[in-house]
Structures are given as structure tokens and as C-alpha cells.
Design a protein around this ligand. Structure first.
Ligand SMILES: *Cc1c(COP(=O)(O)O)cnc(C)c1O
Length: 359
């Protein structure tokens, strides 16, 4: 990494399901002092547990009250339209405190960001209101850097971003940090690492896509995955049930026992992030062995087939993600089963599942 390049860790989606309040102090122990979030609510969660010197950047959703709070507390935020910019100005003026802003420019994702035809007005406004803003960042986001199929689109975005930089500089706008790259972009397009990278999924030990992973292995001529999963997800056997040949299992008729079966009921369902798409598809580990989900995943429960496993008892550990004995249930195996992206599965883990830190 370049000497002065900053690493911002993205902790939106409750730190990709890991839990902001647990993950932020651990990241700080590793020397991270910069955090990006989506909403003001998440910024507040980080703010509660992070040291005062850390930078917190809100990339998305904020109410007017949140803008007030952010300016008072020195929380940074994205500005991608004149509404927010003007609101920030009036609050900064009233509080006699500078708003710490990141100017987001539209480069082709067509999500948020100032358009090229707004730059003149933007530059003039910022110059006129000089003293009320500290322009910390100039930034953009790429529309799918994790897939080679978006190559042309990303290349065009890079060109457009450079153009935006030139134009704004030519109007006399000074920016402290230029940043654009998420995990995939920082791996595949090193030229866009600029002054700071915003890294989410890699931090937690997952690849943005299978494609990026394979490309990495090919480039490095290695077979070793340098990333390590941090999270495990465990539950327990709540009940054991015998079912006779020919009986249906659970709601409806999606699974009929083709032999006398023994089932274990697990208190995990779609309410707890175990998608209904995993009905008759999902797999978990019990006593070190992989067992299949049978029947429909319920709101709070699912059944697994333990007919071939000896000595399972109520209370036995069930591993949904992680290792047990010789076997491992990976997050990516879920996408094979249900089309859930890493990202989606992780962030769907409810905030109220108890998290336990194991060092
Ligand atoms: C989510 C997000 C990131 C991080 O993406 P990863 O693929 O998890 O690294 C970076 N920038 C923005 C604007 C984001 O929304």
C-alpha cells in the first residue's frame, strides 16, 4: 500500500452482520481509524464505541436532524446533491462549525452523485460559502467492479472520475482525499486506489465474487486463499423427532419421508437470517457431519435429517457457518444453494443474535 494511503473499513450493514459494537474496537486494535457507514444510525453505533480521533463517514441516508448531529460531532458525510449541500451550509452557519463533507460525483453508476453539468454551480457555491465546509473527500463508487462483464463500464467511470477531478480542481476546489475503490476495485483496478480505499467484504475474510478470487489466485500463481473467515454461526439441537416412512415433514408436502427418519429441529429460520430458499437445500453440521435441511424453512425453525448420525442429543451444537470436526460450512456454499450473495447472507443476520468474541 502507498505510504500515505488510508484504509477505511466499511462497517455498514451492522459490519456485514458481524456487529458494529464488537468489530469496531477490534479493528481499532489493529490500527484502523477510519470507518464508512451507510446511515446516520450506523454512524451513531460506531460513534458510541470508537475512539474520538477516528473518522466516521456517512455515505448514504441522513435526515436533517442527523446532519445537525454530524456537524456538531465532527462526523463526515457524503454530499451528492444541492439539497443536502444547502442544508449542511445552513446548519454549519448556525452552529458556527464547519461541515466535513465528501463530494460524491456521478460517473456512471447512476445512483447518487453530482452530474458533470452541475460542477460549475457546485464549485461556485462552495467558493461562495468558503469557511463553512471542509471538503475532505472527492469520491465515486463503481458499478460492479467484481465482474469482468462490467469492464468497459468501469473503465468509463474511471475516465469520468478523472475528468471530474480535473474540472473541480480547475475551478479552485481543493480536496484532501480522493477515493473510489471498494474491495473489488482496489484489487482489480489498482490505479483507482488514490488516497484512500473503502474496504468492506475483504475485511471480514470474504471475496467480493468468485471471479475476483480466481483472478487473484491466477495472478499470484498460488492455490492458497489468503483470507480467513472471521464469523461462525452456531445453534443447537432443540428437539429430536422420529418420522415414519411415507409421512410428510413440516408445512405442506414438499418433503415426504422415503424411509423411517430421525430429524433434529433447530431454532433457526428465515427470521434469523436462514433464508426460506434453503428449504430442502440447506446443509448444516452436527457431530462433525453434513446434514441436509428437509422440508420448508419456517420463520424460527428448520428440520435436518440425522437418520445416519449416531448419538445426536438435544443441546448438541449445530454449525451453520464454520468448522466442526473435519468439516466446514462456508458462507459461499449458501450462494451455491440459494443464490444469496455473501453480502446478503451476512447482512441478513439479525442484530439480536448474541455474538460472542473468540480470540
Ligand atoms: C459497500 C460499499 C463499499 C464497500 O464495498 P465492498 O465490496 O464490501 O468492499 C465501498 N463504497 C461504497 C460507496 C459502498 O456502498
Amino acid at each position: 500500500m502507498a505510504k500515505n494511503r488510508r484504509l477505511s473499513v466499511v462497517v455498514k450493514g451492522n459490519a456485514y452482520g458481524h456487529g458494529i459494537q464488537d468489530i469496531v474496537p477490534m479493528l481499532e486494535d489493529e490500527g484502523i481509524d477510519h470507518f464508512c457507514v451507510f446511515s446516520a444510525q450506523e454512524a451513531y453505533e460506531v460513534f458510541k464505541v470508537a475512539s474520538k480521533h477516528c473518522s466516521i463517514v456517512i455515505m448514504g441516508d441522513m435526515t436533517d436532524e442527523a446532519i445537525e448531529w454530524a456537524i456538531s460531532e465532527g462526523i463526515e458525510f457524503y454530499v451528492f446533491d444541492f439539497n443536502r449541500l444547502k442544508k449542511a451550509y445552513s446548519i454549519a452557519k448556525e452552529k458556527k462549525k464547519k461541515a466535513l463533507i465528501h463530494l460524491e460525483v456521478e460517473t456512471g453508476m447512476n445512483r447518487t452523485g453530482f452530474d458533470m453539468n452541475e460542477y460549475v454551480e457546485l464549485a461556485e457555491y462552495l467558493k461562495e460559502k468558503d469557511g463553512f465546509f471542509r471538503i475532505i473527500g472527492l469520491c465515486t463508487h463503481f458499478a460492479g467492479a467484481e465482474s469482468v462483464s462490467n469492464y468497459i463500464r468501469i473503465k468509463n467511470q474511471i475516465k469520468k472520475f478523472k475528468k471530474a477531478q480535473e474540472i473541480l480542481v480547475s475551478f479552485g476546489i481543493k480536496v484532501e482525499l480522493t477515493h473510489a475503490a471498494c474491495s473489488a476495485a482496489s484489487l482489480r483496478y489498482p490505479q483507482v486506489r488514490f488516497d484512500m480505499v473503502r474496504i468492506g467484504i475483504l475485511t471480514y475474510g470474504f471475496w467480493p465474487s468468485q471471479e475476483v478470487y480466481i483472478e487473484y489466485l491466477t495472478k499470484k500463481k498460488t492455490h492458497k486463499n489468503p483470507l480467513e473467515r472471521v464469523i461462525s454461526w452456531k445453534s443447537f439441537v432443540m428437539n429430536i423427532k422420529k418420522v415414519k416412512l411415507g409421512e410428510y415433514i413440516g408445512y405442506g408436502t414438499s418433503f415426504q419421508a422415503n424411509e423411517n427418519k430421525t430429524l433434529a429441529l433447530i431454532p433457526v429460520g428465515y427470521e434469523t437470517g436462514f433464508s426460506r430458499n434453503l428449504s430442502n437445500q440447506g446443509k448444516v453440521l452436527i457431530r462433525g457431519q453434513t446434514v441436509p435441511v428437509v422440508g420448508i424453512v419456517n420463520m424460527n425453525l428448520c428440520s435436518v435429517d440425522i437418520t445416519r448420525i449416531q448419538n445426536v442429543k438435544e443441546g448438541d451444537e449445530v454449525v451453520i457457518i464454520g468448522k466442526q470436526g473435519e468439516n466446514e460450512a462456508t458462507v459461499s456454499s449458501f450462494s451455491d444453494m440459494s443464490n444469496l450473495l455473501n453480502y446478503e447472507l451476512l447482512t441478513r443476520l439479525p442484530t439480536d443474535i448474541p455474538r460472542q468474541i473468540v480470540l
